[in-house]
Design a protein around this ligand. Structure first.
Ligand code: NAI
Length: 306
């Protein structure tokens, strides 16, 4: 198997690290900056005798080296700066994601694409258009990260192991994301049984602002450990045909009444990529919040100059 990571920055290099350490396959890192992917790939390869992972790792500026990838994780783009919204990135990252996707599609026509670049829901749409790939092979990483943050905050609040905590997040990857506490559990116990509503609401708020919290702490750049781990978990589910149910930005048309956009929904991820969008019945207030989130995605996509 072969995994290509586009973008050798914080998210891309760390994704390469997780993928190599898990021995998911050979890893190719491609970036526009000369030397950067080569240097990071060689450095990572030199960690392999110490850590004992045995995969090939190549860094390149030439898309020919990405040929025949099974999964491609696209992280190329500019990250958010403090005070900058994800939407400010729209025009710049549209041009970048379009051009890299065209190159990837040319050399790996059968690949599964996992988009990470922001603004996420719009960039998945751009990658879908630019690749011409069927919708089961194009998806975005957001929900796994948002749910992981929610799980972390729940575990911290209750003082329990994160291993026992599950969380459920729907909608776009923005301030309108919809964490659903009633589907979040601790060892199977629904969260509302364990915490009062105001405490849960505080955790939901923190989750919604999880990206900004890290941006404000770092001052330069944005989160990368959890985002890259999340993208690699999606890649793993595809490469190993695990059929995990993960929240991903997936194409929904009739599902949830979305009407042809990529939004965060639970999907079955296996060897055929997005094998199924899992539809659940939402309560009226959840549906309202979800629809608001979809509307935000729709507005973003409407402003795209592809
Ligand atoms: P970074 O700046 O460290 O890395 C981005 C890399 O992309 C740089 O190495 C740059 O040279 C490269 N690049 C730029 N234009 C390129 C092109 N045309 N072809 C190939 N490579 C190109 O940024 P970082 O922190 O790795 O973030 C990457 C992206 O991921 C950003 O858009 C960020 O907002 C997004 N992100 C998304 C998350 C999500 O939940 N979906 C979470 C975290 C980051």
């Amino acid at each position: 198997k072969k995994i290509t990571v586009v973008g050798a920055g914080f998210v891309g290099a760390t994704a390469a690290h997780w993928a190599a350490a898990k021995e998911l396959g050979d890893v190719c890192i491609v970036d526009i900056v000369e030397g950067l992917p080569q240097g990071k790939a060689l450095d990572l390869l030199e960690a392999s005798p110490v850590e004992g992972f045995d995969v090939n790792i190549v860094g390149t500026n030439d898309y020919a080296d990405t040929a025949d990838s099974d999964v491609v994780i696209i992280t190329a783009g500019l990250p958010r700066k403090p005070g900058m919204s994800r939407d400010d990135l729209l025009a710049k990252n549209t041009a970048i994601v379009k051009s890299v996707t065209e190159q990837i599609a040319k050399y790996s026509p059968n690949a599964y694409l996992i988009i990470v670049s922001n603004p996420l829901d719009a960039m998945v749409y751009v990658a879908h258009k630019a690749s011409g790939f069927p919708t089961n092979r194009v998806m975005g990483m957001a929900g796994v990260l948002d749910a992981a943050r929610f799980r972390t905050f729940i575990a911290m609040e209750l003082g329990v192991s994160v291993e026992d905590v599950t969380a459920f997040v729907l909608g776009g990857h923005g301030d309108t994301m919809v964490p659903l506490p009633r589907f979040s559990t601790v060892a199977g116990i629904p969260l509302p049984e364990l915490l009062p509503a105001d405490k849960i609401e505080a955790l939901v708020d923190r989750t919604r602002n999880g990206g900004a919290e890290i941006v404000n702490l770092l001052k330069t750049g944005s989160a990368f450990f959890a985002p890259s781990a999340s993208a690699v978990q999606m890649a793993e589910s595809i490469l190993k045909d695990k059929k995990r149910i993960l929240p991903c930005a997936a194409y929904c048309n009739k599902e949830y009444g979305v009407g042809g956009y990529f939004v965060g929904v639970p999907v079955k991820l296996g060897a055929a990529g997005v094998e199924e969008v899992i539809e659940i019945k939402l309560l009226p207030e959840e549906k309202t919040a979800f629809d608001r989130s979809v509307e935000a995605v729709r507005n973003l996509v409407k402003n795209l100059q592809i």
